[in-house]
Design a protein around this ligand. Structure first.
Ligand SMILES: C[S@@+](CC[C@H](N)C(=O)[O-])C[C@H]1O[C@@H](n2cnc3c(N)ncnc32)[C@H](O)[C@@H]1O
Length: 313
């Protein structure tokens, strides 16, 4: 029997603690691919080892949609697709040493200095990989950017938890990806880095396991048009956990809806917070249609809006 679309797609719930999301499935071995694009490689790889669970993590809903159709139509049972930022999810959402392999093929090299935090060569991401992999597990990077490949080789080859297994130019591969074919057609060389985890590692979680509730009840607080307008220019937090309100709207039911962007150590989240006036109190809560991870910046945003409603006019 094949896997339903609903089973294939996994929408991470609000993070309470790193979890063995797939513990109930009959797989003890797990592989992940970050940024799988149209899913060609993930699909090929999952066909080679049906006894291994293959988790694809993508920020693009369009890519998830394409890959999900491919997986579903083929009746593949050992693939799950997760919508989200792979750097964040690997660090926060899974137990340590959860994966026996992680693939990352043709990530954006983020050449601009202001985007440097997003590169795979950052110390944070290397620590995340080291923590997410089981001992003996591997990380494979493919890129067409020589400088990026060399930087990754230097950073990972010199890391105490990794051994550099190979660094190849134009490796022969049984399957190519869409971006690989694009670069090959342009005559660009392809670089492949393969490292193996050799020693334990642990990365500090940003979410701290999701401390604090995602709602606050404020006895005696009030929501009025003036406060809702004032909400739209609120911002706050610290350098590592900032929040900014982009807009605020009044709902037909008398509640307020506030659009927020948060940033925790470079991880951005966009979501809505609802302000609900009730008989004796006000409720400030993450809107039911939003699924932010519970991070310090999300907590700070909820707290900031609560303070506005509690302010005496
Ligand atoms: C250049 S494409 C490569 C796609 C595919 N791996 C290939 O080789 O054809 C990079 C992909 O990574 C995804 N991506 C970028 N940043 C990501 C992140 N932080 N987490 C998960 N996916 C990400 C993008 O949506 C895009 O599909």
């Amino acid at each position: 029997m094949s896997c339903s679309l609903r089973e294939t797609l996994v929408l991470p719930a609000r993070l309470d603690a790193p979890a063995d999301w797939f513990g109930a499935l009959p797989f003890s071995r797990r592989i992940a691919e970050i940024g799988f694009g149209n899913g060609e490689f993930l699909f090929h790889r999952s066909g080679l080892e049906p006894q291994v669970l293959h988790l694809g993590i993508e920020v693009s809903l369009r890519c998830i949609d394409k890959a999900a159709r491919r997986v579903y139509l083929a009746g593949r049972r050992n693939v799950r697709l997760i919508l989200g930022d792979g750097r964040f999810l690997l660090r926060e959402a899974f137990p340590e040493a959860y994966f026996e392999g992680i693939f990352m093929h043709f990530p954006c090299p983020w050449p601009k200095t202001r985007h440097a935090r997003r590169r795979v060569t950052t110390p944070d991401f290397i620590e995340t990989l080291a923590s997410a992999l089981a001992e003996g597990g591997f990380f494979e990077l493919l890129t067409d950017e020589e400088a990026y490949a060399l930087a990754a080789q230097k950073a990972m080859g010199g890391h105490p938890s990794f051994r550099l297994e190979s660094f190849e130019v134009d490796p022969v591969r049984p399957v190519t990806t869409k971006y690989e074919r694009k670069w090959l057609e342009m005559g660009k060389p392809i670089f492949r880095l393969h490292v193996v985890k050799t020693a334990p590692a642990r990365v500090a979680k940003i979410s701290g396991g999701g401390s604090g509730p995602m709602h606050i009840v404020l006895p005696g607080a009030r929501l009025d048009a003036e406060r809702l307008r004032a909400a739209s220019s609120l911002e706050g937090g610290t350098d590592d956990a900032r929040w900014v309100v982009c807009n605020s709207y009044s709902g037909v039911d008398g509640s307020g809806l506030v659009q927020v962007v948060t940033c925790d150590e470079g991880f951005e989240q966009r979501f809505y917070i609802r302000l609900v006036p009730r008989e004796d109190d006000c409720l400030v809560k993450v809107d039911d249609a939003s699924y932010p991870f519970n991070t310090p910046a999300v907590q700070a945003a909820i707290g900031g809006l609560a303070a506005l409603l509690e302010k005496r006019s």
